[in-house]
Design a protein around this ligand. Sequence first.
Ligand SMILES: [Ca+2]
Ligand SMILES: [Ca+2]
Length: 150
Amino acid sequence: MGLVTVEDRDSGSGGRTVCNISDGSTDLVLSPLTASSSASIYRLTTARSLDRERAARLSVTVSCHDGGRPPLSTEEKFSVIVLDQNDHAPRFLQSGGYSVNVRENGSVPQMPILKVKAVDADEGPNADVWYSLSDTPAARYTANYIIISG
Ligand SMILES: [Ca+2]
Ligand SMILES: [Ca+2]
């Protein structure tokens, strides 16, 4: 997912660095990739699949120390922004369906009789909700009485 490069200009053990995740984060894993006398490269990967709806942004603190005596260290914070995938379907706020009573011959044209609302846990266009009536006999009968507005 990402590479972390750390360098230490000292020679010998004073220039060898060891890095680890120091803030207890368990969403990301830091593993050594290559090490030379001048720089070490670590790979930052995800420990498991990420869920944007659970955490849209992860931050991790990586600490590195050298092998000198006394050891010198540094730390840096990294942010990971989880991009959205369209993995949630819209759902109506009211579960179990909607029901409304309308008086025979008493309804006023264009007067709203029912409001429905559906939400989608995703982000951006993935969370846009479009409403339409299913093509059923009942919908065909009532279509003239129903106005759908966003
Ligand atoms: Ca969605
Ligand atoms: Ca999503």
